[in-house]
Ligand binder design. Structure first.
Ligand code: GLA
Length: 376
């Protein structure tokens, strides 16, 4: 009996430590490597985070971009499960937000217009007539200050000045990446402002669990714990309504191959050229909970997504068309990767019925999102 209690406490403790960046690994912190130089001569560094069993994540201080994420398959082979580029130039020229922290507002804002405390602001318009992912030079094109705090933890900070891309307020951002002993990549975001503003950053990793972007992601099985999506118009701006997923191609409450219904005759799939929608996650209380699961039957790799956010954008790589050349000269073809972006709902600033994204002086923005890997 005593033993059982002891075991239970130990499992609980390991579980909690596994989820925490505060459980930093001791040991020598590797020196960052030079990744490249920007046109202005500034040097960009590559940081390697590792846990004791060999999972690694590599991050650069340009765009706080995750450039590789190596996790084992069922046979114990480590492979990179995200797309990206071999050099800095690739990321500087990239328009698809590969691996980056996007913001200030991840996702779209109609017309780039926000109205805050009686004032109107015009954000830059970089996606048709809309604002997307923070504008032309959002967080994903900024040079962050970086400090590797331990073999498995990297802390990046950035000051986004008032007026940048049209946003009010000087925003101080911190993003912490951590590779934990339970094979999780944990991303924590914090932000403060000196004027009322909006904030909704997210991570834009392009996952392919087969370890090879030569394979499509249509055979990956996906679960999303959500009863509703926020349906969109033809420019991917939410209408403000909620659409129940029951009986639609958007029902991922039970595991379903992504390709099963992606080509179904559904207006929402036509608007998105596939999946490019926000799922209204169940059980949103502000606590971190499991919201999604992605499984590749071939490699056995399983990725669980845990977050404290109310929404998840599932983008099935519909804009990849083979013209983008990435790591090892590979062409990134149609639907060879997918994004699962934990976030607030698109166009929230203009949708009073959506959870608020307003941040005021004296408050602190916080987000925790975890991508946890295992094999099945
Ligand atoms: C997000 C958007 C997509 C697309 C990609 C980048 O996921 O929702 O529509 O813009 O970023 O190509």
């Amino acid at each position: 009996m005593r033993m059982d209690k002891f075991k239970f406490a130990l499992i609980l403790l390991l579980g909690v430590c596994g989820l925490s960046c505060s459980g930093k690994r001791s040991g020598a912190v590797p020196n960052p490597q030079v990744f490249g130089r920007l046109d202005n001569g500034e040097t960009i560094y590559l940081y390697t985070l590792a846990n004791r069993t060999g999972m690694t994540a590599q991050i650069i201080n340009y765009g706080a971009i995750m450039v590789s994420l190596k996790v084992p398959d069922g046979a114990g082979n480590f492979q990179d499960v995200i797309l990206g580029f071999d050099d800095l130039e690739g990321y500087v020229n990239d328009q698809s937000y590969q691996g980056a922290v996007v913001g200030r507002f991840g996702n779209r804002i109609a017309g780039g217009k926000i109205h805050l405390d009686g004032k109107d602001y015009q954000l830059s318009v970089n996606d048709g007539n809309n604002h997307l992912h923070g504008g032309f030079t959002g967080f994903f094109k900024a040079v962050w200050d970086a400090q590797q705090e331990s073999p498995n933890t990297l802390r990046l900070t950035l000051v986004s000045p008032a007026g940048e891309e049209g946003y009010p307020g000087n925003v101080h951002m911190t993003v912490t990446y951590c590779v934990t002993e339970d094979n999780s990549l944990k991303i924590e975001y914090r932000g403060t402002t000196d004027e009322p503003t909006i904030l909704n950053p997210t991570s834009h990793g392009y996952f392919n669990l087969t370890g090879s972007p030569q394979n499509s992601i249509l055979e990956h099985h996906l679960i999303i714990d959500a009863d509703y999506i926020t349906p969109v118009n033809s420019t991917l701006i939410p209408t403000g309504e909620l659409l129940h997923v029951q009986g639609t191609p958007f029902d991922f409450r039970k595991p379903r191959p992504i390709g099963e219904a992606i080509n179904a005759d559904h207006e929402q799939l036509r608007f998105g050229s596939g999946y490019d929608h926000n799922w209204v996650l169940n059980n949103h209380t502000g606590a971190v909970r499991k919201v999604a699961e992605l499984y590749d039957p071939d490699s056995g790799r399983l990725m669980e997504v845990l977050t404290d956010q109310p929404g998840l954008q599932f983008y099935s790589g519909n804009f990849l068309d083979g013209s983008l050349v990435g790591k090892k000269g590979q062409k990134y073809g149609f639907r060879t990767a997918l994004c699962l972006e934990a976030q607030h709902f698109p166009d929230s600033p203009n949708k009073p019925n959506f959870p608020s994204v307003i941040l005021r002086p004296g408050e602190e923005y916080g987000q925790t999102t975890i991508y946890r890997f295992s094999v099945k």
